[in-house]
Design a protein around this ligand. Structure first.
Ligand code: SIN
Length: 274
């Protein structure tokens, strides 16, 4: 793809690109916005370095891509900025956000389209990288009979095991979101098919017996560990990563305990997977 207003340097052939030539604190012109959008569609996750953003500017950039999503469970939001999620770990942490492969809030009826994480503080020794996996590539690399099987199935994504079970967040009236989504979804913009299950939220495949469901999910998760589907981003303070939750999973490395890491995430609403 040809870009005129930004420079795009791929992180790996499969996924990820570093974008330069953009100041995210200022409103993007239409062409630059379109090119950033195209780079996200092409690379599934895009990275920006050396950005200086207030919470308001962070939200303004995210809003160019859609309405902002409110997290259904996390108590870690910022006063006056309920759409901004604090992603924080320190010596007191028992768990960290995103420590298992997932697509953000896939338990929602309409899971988020994308997430924009702006990193402010990092641990020493280049700890706290984030890994991303291309779920189109994962689907396309399956053999045809397994693709057909997966395309015929749906799975349950349940927030309770994550938000109540692991993080101990207080239940809200009505409980945490629990929804059924296709195991393979078609991306609303690119039209490509992507695997849409993850070990964080997906509890089981609806049409299969439990042992069959567990075996199939374990096989798919093992398959997604293929390094050729992935990239790994080494953050610096003031980096921002923007990922497409419809086509990529991610995993936050927690290799820095007891050191700290601090960032802020704004999330953009998505639509019902089909
Ligand atoms: C997340 O899942 O939003 C957290 C990712 C990270 O901390 O790298």
């Amino acid at each position: 793809m040809a870009y005129e207003t930004i420079a795009v340097r791929k992180t790996t052939p499969a996924i990820g690109a570093e974008i330069s030539g953009v100041d995210l604190s200022k409103p993007l012109g239409n062409q630059q916005f379109q090119e950033v959008h195209d780079a996200l569609m092409e690379n599934l996750v895009i990275f920006f370095r050396d950005q200086t953003l207030t919470h308001e500017q962070h939200k303004d950039f995210a809003r160019r891509f859609g309405e902002l999503h409110m997290h259904p469970a996390s108590p870690n939001t910022i006063p006056d900025h309920p759409e901004v999620l604090t992603i924080k770990a320190d010596a007191n942490s028992k768990h960290v956000a995103g420590e298992e492969w997932h697509s953000d809030v896939s338990c929602d009826p309409e899971p988020p389209m994308g997430s924009l994480l702006y990193m402010k503080q990092l641990p020493p020794a280049n700890g706290g990288n984030t890994l991303f996996c291309n779920m189109y590539a994962a689907f396309e690399a399956l053999s045809a009979p397994i693709q057909r099987l997966c395309e015929s199935l749906t799975a349950i994504h349940d927030g309770t095991q994550v938000y109540a079970g692991r993080f101990g967040y207080a239940q809200k009236p009505g409980g945490f979101p629990r929804n059924e989504h296709p195991v393979v979804r078609t991306h609303p913009v690119t039209g490509r098919k992507a695997l849409f299950v993850n070990p964080n939220f997906t509890t089981h495949v609806v049409q299969l017996k439990r042992p069959e469901s567990s075996a199939l999910l374990a096989m798919l998760y093992r398959h997604c560990e293929t390094p050729e589907f992935q990239c790994r981003f080494a953050w610096q303070p003031d980096s921002l990563a923007f990922w497409d939750n419809r086509a990529a999973m991610h995993h936050a490395m927690w290799d820095y305990f007891p050191h700290g890491r601090l960032g802020y995430r704004v999330t953009v609403k998505g639509d019902r997977p089909v």
